[in-house]
Design a binder for this molecule. Structure first.
Ligand code: PLP
Length: 453
């Protein structure tokens, strides 16, 4: 028995498909994260909590498109809302202000009181990118601070120290800024300041040193969606940000809705200056949202300066007097409809998703304990990860690197053959469509993999 050979045997159609895909896309994928060895599984159908691959293998889906699908695949309420939107309004895109972007905005203002004003984008990446521009425009300071191991999107400014090789990463207390892509300019090593997560004392020293240049500090309140910031760490950062004139930005692209309808900020009782949302809030369609303090968000208003496209209005105005924010699909009506319908489903069902997640975490810890493998189910709300470690707590990226990643990967490959899907080494996200029976099926699959070795 060999997990990789058995996997290849089970996914022959995926393997053949990936060869064809390589003739179109480098590596056969359109996002590097979707690739894994020996080849990823190509999918063709999804319904509820289940997803079917090209070999007709059916899986319980715990990847859920990297957490975006909190109501599972093809939810009827969301489908209905989109069809109604199309039928009632004739079109699916106005390219002009419309009702649903305001309706969604009001709902978000209610759930996220820190988001006094907001703007829409097309992805989480665009949301964090806009948040940084807003912060720089407001503070006049252009360096940004981020935390080691945190992901905010694939653009240069933030693609620093996301998953650095530990040898390159330098000191734990003062991490190096490690560029994570070919093609990046070395200026990002200086303009992006990397802070250690859950180490207030060290973060404070670095922030004070650069305080005159840093306009924004962005953080995932739960690193990778599951490693929680300690309360006094976040409280400390919030007061430091205020003292040093740095805007605190919560990147809640992963955590919004997955941690509660009010996201991490509700749990921690912190009002960030700016927040970026994404994933679940689009109901499985591309979306991003940036919101925050009214005085800060006002910098995006076209009323702040002269019309950039009509310089005849004010001959002395410069284009850079106005913050530029645009996007053909921003606030797309169909996506607003899908997002609002998703919120409606979650308002009814979110608590039960949390109960199921908690149960699954505890049961998996039991199975691992029975197998004699030290494991912690690390996470909150509806996301967690299976972390193979003897450590009492996992506090940051470095702790995670010291866990048994190779055994975890081996177990994940076997679970794929048992019909439990997540990309190897990825976290688990649950949906409203995972039933108690599905949870039981999952626990039994783990028992087969771990106890019958
Ligand atoms: N921020 C966080 C915390 C994320 O998890 C992600 C995506 O995984 C992003 C930003 C980027 O979002 P998107 O993939 O929608 O561009």
């Amino acid at each position: 028995e060999h997990p990789v050979l058995d996997y290849v045997e089970q996914t022959k159609a995926s393997q053949a498909f990936m060869e064809e895909a390589e003739s179109v896309m480098p590596g056969g994928v359109t996002a590097n994260i979707k690739h894994f060895a020996p080849h990823p599984i190509a999918m063709k159908h999804g319904k509820g909590a289940r997803i079917t691959d090209m070999d007709d293998n059916e899986y319980l889906d715990y990847l859920l498109s990297y957490g975006a699908l909190m109501t599972g695949h093809g939810h009827p309420h969301i489908k209905k809302a989109m069809i109604e939107q199309m039928e009632d309004h004739g079109t699916w895109l106005f390219g002009a202000p419309h009702e649903l972007e305001v309706k969604m905005g009001k709902k978000l203002q209610e759930l996220y009181p820190s988001m006094e004003k907001l703007r829409y984008t097309n992805s989480g990446t665009e949301a964090t990118l806009l948040a940084l521009r807003v912060a720089a425009a407001y503070t006049g300071k252009h360096k940004v601070a981020k935390f080691e191991g945190h992901y905010h999107g694939g653009y240069d400014q933030m693609l620093v120290s996301v998953s650095p090789n530990v040898k390159e990463a330098g000191s734990v207390k003062k991490p190096n800024a490690v560029l994570e892509s070919k093609g990046m300019h070395s200026s990002h090593e200086r303009n992006t300041v990397v802070l250690p997560f859950n180490d207030l004392e060290s973060a404070e020293k670095i922030l004070r040193w650069h305080k005159d240049e840093i306009g924004a500090m962005m953080i995932e309140p739960l690193q990778s969606g599951y490693i929680p910031a300690e309360q006094q760490f976040l409280d400390g950062l919030a007061s430091l940000a205020e003292e040093l004139g740095i805007l605190l930005i919560f990147d809640e692209v992963k955590t919004c809705f997955r941690l509660g309808l009010g996201g991490a900020q509700e749990r921690y009782g912190i009002k960030p200056d700016l927040t970026a949302l994404g994933k679940v809030v689009g109901g499985g369609f591309p979306v991003g949202i940036v919101g925050g303090r009214e005085d800060v968000m006002e910098v995006t208003s076209p009323n702040q300066g002269a019309d950039v496209f009509d310089s005849s209005q004010n001959k002395n105005a410069k284009a850079s007097d106005v913050l530029f924010h645009s996007g053909t699909y921003n606030g797309h009506p169909m996506i607003m409809a899908a997002g609002l319908a998703t919120i409606e489903v979650l308002e009814e069902e979110i608590e039960e998703v949390f109960q199921k997640t908690e149960h699954l975490k505890r049961e998996l810890e039991r199975v691992f304990a029975e197998a004699g493998i030290p494991m912690k189910a690390v996470g909150e709300g509806s996301i967690f990860s299976v972390v193979l470690t003897e450590k009492e707590t996992i506090r940051n990226y470095r702790d995670l690197q010291e866990t048994n990643l190779s055994m975890r990967k081996e177990i994940d490959m076997k679970l794929l053959q048992e019909g439990i899907y997540t990309k190897p080494l990825n976290r688990y996200s649950l949906s409203t469509e995972h039933t108690w029976e599905d949870i039981q099926t999952t626990i039994q699959a783990y028992e087969r993999v771990l106890l019958k070795r």
